[in-house]
Design a protein around this ligand. Structure first.
Ligand code: TMP
Length: 390
């Protein structure tokens, strides 16, 4: 792939690697730059971080921490069950803590999860979970041991895989002739629209447009037959694909492609303009936080997200501007944020009357958070789609 670089987000740490204070000196950093491939229209990192650095037994992100996501996968599973044959064979790639799996029967549902801690957890729940990275070898092994799958599902996982052609072709190998490959990932169209450059971090080597996915799936024997535009994770697309010989696309596919073309998602000029907006966003956020702190206000952040790792490291925001971060995930609490080393504490001790401003690190869960924190009397700060108080 011949990529043209359009954005440099500076030196970044592993976004989900929360540290104790004796680990600061050994922290790994890399340059996070992003480019555009004219041929496939794929937006990807210029250099990929080795997957094992991110996805290992210390992985901290738990999909089931959010009620929004639990309900999201429950309702999708109900919908899928009305479409698939009786007792379908299901494979989930990147099953995390089982937030999707739990809606399916043990015995006919299989999983792939390279993070050992979660593979063990879902194996203990009875779902046969392969603790490996997704590739052709694993797909062949699963095929031999379990046969073809009626559904291959992946949520926030396909965009994690550096060699996307191998990933899609391995799905094609294990999919039954009438099977569905359904996957959802953050949408490039939404990222550009919201200027949510924090969708870009080590775990997201690609940010997909429907235009790019259509081209890349096609060259691996799969066709996009339906696209659902979703609000989760700050704006995602759920892609429904079938083997090319059996797939008939509905109107949603062309509508998405047409809309993306109107926005210029097939042209490098669009991404160069985007990078200018990103630089402005950095200036605006730093100046708002500095004004708050200079006037004696206490500012904290809500949600120790991978997205906020990108923001804090790119904008160089440390404890001088954000005193601490609150997060409900036990694995993140009492540790420090990657790179800028901001302490993380549970919300029940972190949100009190002394807090004036809360930066929404988890801006994608803004309504869930505002609902939970009804008693908070201060103001929330967000940077999407532009820096402001809410
Ligand atoms: P995500 O944006 O990458 O999904 O991460 C969301 C993070 O925010 C995750 O660590 C859990 C945390 N969180 C809270 O602490 N409180 C909440 O109410 C919600 C919805 C998320």
């Amino acid at each position: 792939m011949d990529k043209t670089k359009f954005l440099d987000l500076g030196n970044q740490p592993i976004a989900n690697c929360f540290l104790s204070d004796d680990e600061f000196n050994d922290e790994f950093f890399y340059n996070l730059s992003v480019g555009f491939d004219e041929e496939s229209c794929l937006v990807s990192h210029m250099d990929f971080v080795e997957p094992i650095r991110m996805f290992n037994e210390n992985y901290a992100y738990r999909g089931s921490m959010s009620k929004t996501m639990r309900l999201h996968f429950k309702s999708l599973s109900e919908r899928l069950k009305t479409i698939l044959p009786q007792n379908p064979k299901v494979l989930e790639i990147g099953s995390n803590d089982g937030v999707f799996l739990k809606n399916w029967s043990v015995g006919s549902t299989f999983a792939v999860e390279p993070c050992g801690n979660f593979a063990e957890e879902t194996n203990n729940l009875g779902y046969k979970t392969y603790p490996n990275f997704w590739d052709e070898n694993l797909s062949n092994k699963i095929l031999e041991e379990n046969g073809k799958m009626d559904l291959v599902f992946a949520a926030n996982c396909m965009c994690h895989i550096p060699n996307i052609d191998i990933a899609f072709s391995a799905v094609n190998d294990v999919l039954s002739d009438d099977g569905f490959f359904v996957f959802e990932d953050p949408s490039l169209e939404q990222m550009i629209d919201k200027c949510s450059y924090d969708q870009i971090y080590d775990e997201h080597p690609h940010v997909f447009s429907v235009i790019a996915l259509q081209k890349i799936l096609e060259r691996n024997g799969l066709s996009v037959v339906n696209v659902d535009n979703l609000s989760v994770h700050g704006g995602s697309n759920r892609i429904w694909a079938k083997k090319t010989k059996g797939g008939v696309s509905n109107k949603s596919v062309q509508d998405n492609v047409d809309h993306e073309k109107t926005l210029g998602l097939d042209e490098i000029a669009t991404f160069i303009k985007f990078s200018e907006r990103v630089r402005q966003s950095k200036e605006d956020l730093k100046s708002l936080l500095t004004r708050c702190v200079d006037s004696g206000k206490k500012v904290i952040s809500y949600g120790a997200t991978s997205k906020s790792t990108t923001v804090f490291n790119y904008c160089e925001i440390g404890t001088d501007l954000i005193q601490y971060i609150t997060d409900t995930t036990p694995e993140k609490q009492h540790k420090y944020s990657p790179g800028m080393h901001i302490p993380i504490i549970p919300p029940r001790v972190g949100i009190d009357d002394t807090v004036d401003f809360v930066f929404l690190g988890a801006w994608n869960f803004a309504s869930e958070i505002k609902n939970k924190e009804k008693d908070f009397r201060g103001k929330f700060i967000t940077h999407v789609p532009n820096v402001r108080l809410i």
